[in-house]
Design a protein around this ligand. Structure first.
Ligand SMILES: Cc1cc2nc3c(=O)[nH]c(=O)nc-3n(C[C@H](O)[C@H](O)[C@H](O)COP(=O)(O)OP(=O)(O)OC[C@H]3O[C@@H](n4cnc5c(N)ncnc54)[C@H](O)[C@@H]3O)c2cc1C
Length: 493
């Protein structure tokens, strides 16, 4: 007799969605095994901004998620554009250069809205407008980034707390400090339980099926270095220290097929002043994503990316890695007083360097070639625009430089209004793109191209969705979508 119907490994967004779904679909005895102690529970989900990207045809469809929103924001719906399934899928295709898994990306996009409503209704996760991250004020109105209007109330902290409350309401047990170290199989090859290491030692738990929702390998320096490379090996970790690739290794140990871009990761510009692991209470406050309103220079005094290639929500996930490839993995973001008010609130967690001239600002920077930096800024200013020429912070404004390498394609304003500001930045790893192959029922597929019976996976462990880049707000919706499916599949088993 098995100890449980379903064992869920991990306690982030994907795993807890899976646990709730398994119970909803008839599994009586469900247990969640969380490696972290209670005080560190919840995985990257706790650290996240809680922003949720999903498709809708009419902005008013969002209404039930945000009761009373029209009292808070004038003309709320007028600032939102429809974001259809075709738009969402188009964004996934564009940022991944067409490499996103055709089956899994369709499952994600087609279920995205329904998943968020399920999180709200079944998970009782309260939502709020993601104003500080994706809303830009234009006159009396807020213009919202396409597809990115809603986030969990109190961001990742609220999302994680709500999932644990949902699990408790359903009477699902959570065991903390319970690190799963291996998957057990019966003679037929079916996954029949797990080996666990906890304070009492090592023991085995039997179940009819196992759901793996225990994250990627972003916190594991050896795996980062091996699969992504030494530059990312040295990156600071933005989220939980517990995502060490355990689930991927134990699934592959019984024949799961690696899938997706194992050399790829989500890495964003963050303050260079933070330590190797982000403090839990500071969650995602290290991000430095307003570079599109200024310029970035490296320690050699050169620009190195097109800061205005696209909205930050479509470039931030690759520019962290670009920064890691620069000398010393450290750069500076420079702004002047015309745009400094546009910086997102998270910049307030560090004090910028400040000066009344560009020369005096450069003098304060920890860089190797200051004359070159000044020349770069002068060349940039000669190729950039005055604000009256059509600057528009709410969307790509086409204000581009001409003749620079690299160009700045949008929001290319001269840096000419003192005082000037500089923020340090490095690359922080968020999560890894490589995972295991799952099918549309979240069943883990073996290297023999057949499902491994009794085993499903969800969340960061699912490989194939993201390559090189990532559209913001997709990780949580993907996690809940495949978690919900995994719960259903496992309950049926
Ligand atoms: C700073 C930051 C901001 C982010 N902001 C957003 C955002 O706004 N929107 C968005 O969509 N995405 C965001 N993301 C990405 C998002 O957080 C992840 O995609 C998502 O949380 C992953 O969910 P998950 O359940 O797969 O993994 P996690 O939430 O990381 O959960 C993994 C769980 O597995 C546990 N675990 C690991 N190994 C074992 C083991 N051996 N045994 C038992 N348990 C184990 C961990 O302790 C943890 O509980 C952000 C990430 C970070 C770090």
């Amino acid at each position: 007799m098995a100890d449980y119907d379903v064992i869920v490994v991990g306690a982030g967004n994907a795993a807890l969605a899976a646990a709730v779904s398994a119970r909803e679909n008839g599994a009586e005895r469900v247990v969640v095994l969380e490696k972290a102690p209670r005080a560190m529970r919840g995985g990257n989900t706790h650290w996240s901004g809680g922003v949720l990207r999903f498709a809708f045809d009419d902005p008013r469809e969002i209404g039930p998620l945000l009761p009373g929103v029209e009292k808070e924001f004038e003309d709320f719906y007028a600032g939102i554009q429809p974001y259809t399934r075709a738009d969402f899928h188009g964004d996934l295709m564009r940022v991944t250069s067409g490499q996103t898994d055709p089956v899994l990306s369709r499952v994600l996009v087609d279920n995205s809205k329904d998943t968020v409503f399920w999180m709200h209704e079944t998970g009782q996760i309260k939502m709020e407008p993601a104003v500080s991250l994706t809303g830009v004020r234009k006159g009396n109105q807020i213009i919202w980034a396409r597809g990115l209007v809603v986030r969990a109330e109190h961001e990742g902290v609220g999302l994680s707390r709500s999932w644990f409350a949902a699990v408790e309401r359903l009477g699902i047990a959570v065991r903390y400090g319970a690190a799963v170290t291996a998957l057990l199989q019966d003679e037929s090859g079916r996954v029949s339980g797990v080996r666990v290491r906890d304070d009492e030692g090592i023991h085995e738990l039997r179940s009819r099926s196992v759901i793996l929702g225990c994250g990627g390998f972003e916190a594991n320096v050896q795996m980062r270095t091996q699969h992504i490379g030494p530059l990312v090996g040295g990156a600071k970790v933005r989220g939980t220290p517990h995502n060490q690739g355990d689930g991927l290794r134990m699934a592959m140990a019984i024949g799961a097929m690696p899938w997706g871009q194992w050399s790829g990761c989500h890495a964003t510009p963050i303050s260079a002043d933070w330590g190797n692991f982000a403090p839990r209470e500071m969650t995602d406050r290290s991000n430095r994503l307003s570079y599109l309103y200024g310029v970035m220079i490296n320690r050699k005094g050169n620009r190195f990316v097109d800061e205005g290639e696209d909205g930050a929500m479509f470039t931030y996930a690759k520019y962290g890695r670009a920064i890691l490839a620069e000398p010393g993995a450290k750069v500076y973001q420079l702004f002047d007083s015309k745009t400094v008010h546009l910086l997102e609130p998270r910049y307030s967690t560090s004090d910028p360097l400040r000066a009344d001239t560009l020369e005096a600002l450069i003098e304060q920077l920890d860089i190797d070639d200051k004359p070159r930096a000044l020349k770069t800024l002068r060349e940039y200013n000669a190729a950039a625009h005055d604000i009256e020429e059509g600057f528009d912070a709410t969307g790509k404004d086409g204000l581009s430089t001409h003749g620079l390498t690299p160009e700045k394609s949008n929001w290319a304003l001269k840096l000419d209004k003192p005082p000037f500001y500089a923020y340090s930045a490095t690359g922080g790893i968020t999560f890894t793109f490589g995972g295991v192959k799952v099918d549309e029922e979240a069943r883990v597929i073996g290297t023999d191209w057949r499902p491994i019976r009794g085993l499903t996976a969800c969340g960061e462990m699912v490989g194939g969705l993201f390559y090189d880049n990532y559209p913001a707000g997709t990780g949580l919706v993907s996690g809940a979508t495949f978690g919900r499916i995994a719960g259903r599949t496992s309950a049926r088993a």
